[in-house]
Design a protein around this ligand. Structure first.
Ligand code: FAD
Length: 380
């Protein structure tokens, strides 16, 4: 049995929370192009949804990885992609390195309040000149006495407009390439840090995304996470958690989109019969539903393997690749079956179409996943 009674009780609690506390606000957050993350995260933390696998000493829940899988699956029922993404940044993208490698002092100062939902955080890797090729980043942190002095810019950073701190990847020595990088915590109220612009996006409209500048930003040397010079490697492992978190919700969100589209096709008539009477649509639906099932089983196998202590780099990469492709395919088809109505801005089909487009770009584009897989298999 994959899920225990505790997992299922947790599932029921998250599902109730999504139905009662998240989905009723989604339209309002989409219109505002912002979500009150401090409020939402504090609420979710009180119910034990943040820091599921983290040490209770830092406000974590000390739970097993399947609780993360269950949380993500239920987040697949959220009526947009923005909140699951913002939460994913907080618990699976900006904090895994801090939990795994941070000093006791840093964890008490930054991880504990973040897992209580009192502070919002983000992860700042991408730059205007370097996204897919992380080894191309140029932001530097020069040591000056007991401080780092940071200069550079970061692009497309989720949660950045309201974040209290950022796990920032910088160059701390000039070796170049993969070497000489470190992850440093930058509080966003540090002089010299600024959000240049809140970026306007195709989808994920309720999520705030920033273009950031660091100009002689001084933070203490002790804000470096883990080993100085190992930032690239630490960030690569952090990406594995990000990819799992992102992929886990997709089978549920796709299944829900297909179900709503099936109901629409049964009720909508064309050429004297319901749309659902067309074999072409029946078979397309069945093919997509089968792919969704395969992805669900694959993501569950990935979670099981991780929970058992396996190295899931390959499985997480495949899951993220397939999740990105399938979510786009399903959202596109569902919009098509809804016709002109589906194309209207305020419909769920249109939102799903816009939001789903990101997964094949963010957290490593599809082509980067293919690159990782071919390199792992020695096809280079
Ligand atoms: C809404 C949003 C939120 C984001 N949030 C964050 C965040 O919180 N933190 C953060 O650090 N970053 C974030 N990103 C950045 C994201 O991770 C990058 O956009 C992504 O990694 C791609 O980098 P790029 O945009 O610079 O594209 P580029 O690196 O310029 O690549 C462009 C395209 O080229 C193709 N490509 C790239 N490499 C190869 C290759 N080797 N072979 C073949 N084709 C290739 C891909 O199709 C890729 O999409 C976010 C992006 C968006 C849009």
């Amino acid at each position: 049995m994959m899920y225990s009674d505790e997992h299922q009780e947790f599932r029921a609690m998250v599902r109730r929370y999504v139905d009662q506390k998240i989905n009723p606000h989604v339209d309002e957050w989409e219109r505002a192009e912002m979500m009150p993350l401090h409020e939402i995260f504090t609420d979710m933390a009180k119910l034990g949804m943040l820091g599921l696998e983290y040490d209770p000493a830092y406000a974590g829940q000390g739970a097993d990885h399947l609780f993360t899988l269950v949380l993500c699956q239920e987040l697949g029922r959220v009526a947009h992609g923005s909140l699951p993404m913002a939460l994913g940044v907080q618990v699976a993208m900006a904090t895994p390195s801090l939990h795994a490698h941070g000093s006791e002092e840093l964890k008490q100062e930054y991880l504990t309040p973040a897992m209580r939902g009192e502070t919002v955080c983000g992860v700042a890797v991408t730059e205007p000149e370097a996204g897919s090729d992380v080894a191309g980043i140029r932001t530097t942190a020069r040591r000056d006495g007991d401080d780092w002095v940071i200069n550079g810019s970061k692009m497309f950073i989720t949660n950045a407009v309201q974040a209290d701190w950022l796990c920032t990847l910088v160059r701390t020595s000039p070796e170049g390439g993969y070497r000489g990088m470190s992850q440093i915590i930058v509080p966003t109220d540090t002089p010299g840090f600024r959000v240049d612009r809140k970026l306007d996006k195709l989808g994920m409209r309720a999520s705030d995304t920033g273009l950031l500048t660091f100009q002689d930003v001084r933070v203490p040397v002790r804000n470096a996470i883990g080993e100085i010079g190992r930032g690239f490697q630490q960030q690569m492992s952090q990406f594995v958690m990000e990819r799992m978190f992102a992929a886990y919700s997709v089978p549920i969100s796709c299944a829900s989109e297909l179900e709503q589209t099936r109901d629409h096709a049964r009720q909508r008539k064309a050429f004297g019969q319901p749309l659902s009477a067309n074999q072409y649509l029946q078979y397309t639906y069945a093919e997509l539903a089968a792919k969704v099932d395969l992805l669900r089983v694959y993501t569950e196998a990935t979670a099981r393997s991780y929970a058992d202590g396996g190295d899931v780099t390959r499985m997480a990469t495949i899951a993220k690749l397939e999740a990105g492709r399938l979510s786009r395919q399903v959202a596109d088809w569902c919009l098509q079956v809804h016709g002109g109505t589906g194309y209207m801005t305020d419909t769920w089909t249109s939102r799903a179409y816009r939001d789903s487009r990101l997964l094949s770009i963010g957290g490593g584009a599809d082509e980067v996943m293919l690159r990782v897989l071919s390199l792992m298999d020695g096809f280079s």
